[in-house]
Design a protein around this ligand. Structure first.
Ligand SMILES: C[S@@+](CC[C@H](N)C(=O)[O-])C[C@H]1O[C@@H](n2cnc3c(N)ncnc32)[C@H](O)[C@@H]1O
Length: 344
C-alpha cells in the first residue's frame, strides 16, 4: 500500500514542485550550473548570494526532482534542464516559467470555485470589469508585455507543427485571427518567403506585434489590422485563415461563429487552420492538457478549455469546410493543427 500511496507525493505537493523550478530559474541556479557547473554547494551559495541554509534547501528540492544532480559533492543540471540548454530553449522555458508564476499561479487557487460556479473566478486577480483576461491586460502597467512574452514563448515552443503545414506552402496570404504579438505571423513569413500575413487583434496587442514585426524586418510582408474578432468584419483577400491558441478560449458556439466568419472571409479553395493543444478523443489525457486546463478553467474566459480533436473537426464541418484533417506535433506538448478547405 505504501508504494501505491507514494504516487500521491508529487500531486499533494504540486504547488511546491513548481516553486522549486521557479526558484531555480529566478535565483539563477540553472544558468550558473550551465555555465560553470559542476559546482559544490558552497560555491553555488556564494555566487548566487544566498545563505548556505537557503542553498541547501533549494538544492535538495531541485535534486530530488531531477532538475539538478549531485556527484562527488558537486552539482550540475539534471537531464531535462540540461536538454533545454542544449537545444537553445532556455530563454523560452524561462519566459514560460515566469508566465506560470506571475499570471497563472495565484488564479489556479480558484480552481474549485471555478468548477463550482462555471466562471473563470481567477480573473479577480486582474483589475477590470470585463469577463475575459485579454481585455484586462491594458489596465496593469507591464502586464501586456509580460503576457505576450509568455505567449510568444509558448508559441515558439509549439509552432513547428504549424510551420510545416503543407497548406501554408501553397498559401499566398494568411489572416492570423487573434494573432497576438505576431509570433506565429513572423515565424510563418520567415518559413515561407513569399507569404504575406495580416495580424488581426486588439490595438494593445498590435502595439507589441509591431515591435516583433519591426525587429524581424518584415514590415513589407506582415501587417496589422485592429479589429474585434467577433464584432468586426474580417478583411478580404486571404486564402488562409489561422486561429492560433484562439479556439481554446471560447465556447463551442462562439468557435462555430468564428469559423463561419473565417469561411465567409476566405477565398474559394481557401484553407482554415486551427493551431493549439488538443485533448485525446477518449478524454484520458494527455497529462499536459489535463493540467493546463486548470489555467483555462480559472483565467482566460468562463468557457475556456482544451477541446478534443474531434470537437474541433466537427465545428469545421458544421461551418461548411471540407477535407477536414488533423496533424499532431511530435514534440512533448500535445499541440497540433486541424485544417479544412472552403469548397470552390
Ligand atoms: C491566447 S492569445 C494567442 C495569441 C497568438 N495567436 C499566439 O498563438 O501566440 C489570444 C489572443 O486573442 C486576442 N483576442 C481575444 N479576444 C479578442 C477580441 N475580442 N478581438 C480581438 N482579439 C482578441 C487577444 O488579444 C490575444 O492576443
Amino acid at each position: 500500500m505504501s508504494s501505491e500511496l507514494s504516487a500521491l507525493v508529487p500531486v499533494l505537493f504540486g504547488h511546491a514542485t513548481f516553486q522549486q523550478l521557479n526558484a531555480g530559474c529566478e535565483l539563477g541556479l540553472f544558468e550558473l550550473l550551465d555555465t560553470d557547473g559542476p559546482l559544490p554547494a558552497g560555491t553555488v551559495a556564494e555566487t548566487l548570494g544566498l545563505s548556505r541554509r537557503s542553498t541547501d534547501i533549494l538544492l535538495l528540492g531541485t535534486t530530488a526532482l531531477g532538475l539538478t544532480e549531485v556527484a562527488g559533492g558537486e552539482y550540475r543540471n539534471g537531464a531535462p534542464v540540461a536538454a533545454v540548454f542544449r537545444h537553445g530553449l532556455w530563454p523560452v522555458l524561462r519566459d514560460i516559467v515566469q508566465y506560470q508564476d506571475r499570471i497563472a499561479y495565484l488564479p489556479a487557487a480558484d480552481y474549485v470555485e471555478s468548477l463550482r460556479t462555471g466562471e473563470n473566478v481567477g480573473i479577480r486577480h486582474f483589475p477590470g470589469t470585463t469577463r475575459d483576461l485579454y481585455s484586462r491586460l491594458a489596465a496593469v502597467p507591464g502586464l501586456e508585455e509580460l503576457f505576450y512574452r509568455g505567449m510568444h514563448a509558448w508559441s515558439q515552443l509549439s509552432n513547428p507543427v504549424l510551420l510545416a503545414q503543407h497548406d501554408l506552402a501553397r498559401a499566398r496570404r494568411v489572416l492570423d485571427v487573434g494573432g497576438g504579438d505576431a509570433v506565429n505571423a513572423v515565424a510563418l513569413a520567415r518559413a515561407h518567403p513569399s507569404l504575406r500575413v495580416t495580424v488581426l487583434d486588439r490595438p494593445g496587442a498590435l502595439e507589441v506585434a509591431r515591435k516583433t514585426i519591426a525587429e524581424a524586418g518584415l514590415e513589407d510582408r506582415v501587417e496589422t489590422y485592429p479589429a474585434d474578432i467577433f464584432a468586426d468584419p474580417y478583411p478580404p483577400g486571404h486564402d488562409c485563415v489561422l486561429f492560433a491558441h484562439q479556439l481554446v478560449i471560447w465556447s463551442p458556439e462562439q468557435n462555430l461563429a468564428l469559423l463561419r466568419k473565417a469561411y465567409d472571409a476566405l477565398d474559394p479553395e481557401g484553407r482554415v487552420l486551427v493551431f493549439n493543444a488538443f485533448t485525446d478523443d477518449d478524454r484520458t489525457g494527455p497529462l499536459y492538457a489535463a493540467l493546463d486546463n486548470v489555467y483555462f478553467t480559472t483565467l482566460p474566459f468562463r468557457h475556456s478549455t482544451i477541446y478534443r480533436w474531434a470537437d474541433c473537426e466537427q465545428w469545421l464541418r458544421e461551418a461548411g469546410f471540407t477535407d477536414v484533417g488533423r496533424t499532431a506535433a511530435s514534440g512533448w506538448t500535445p499541440h497540433g493543427v486541424v485544417s479544412g478547405r472552403r469548397p470552390a
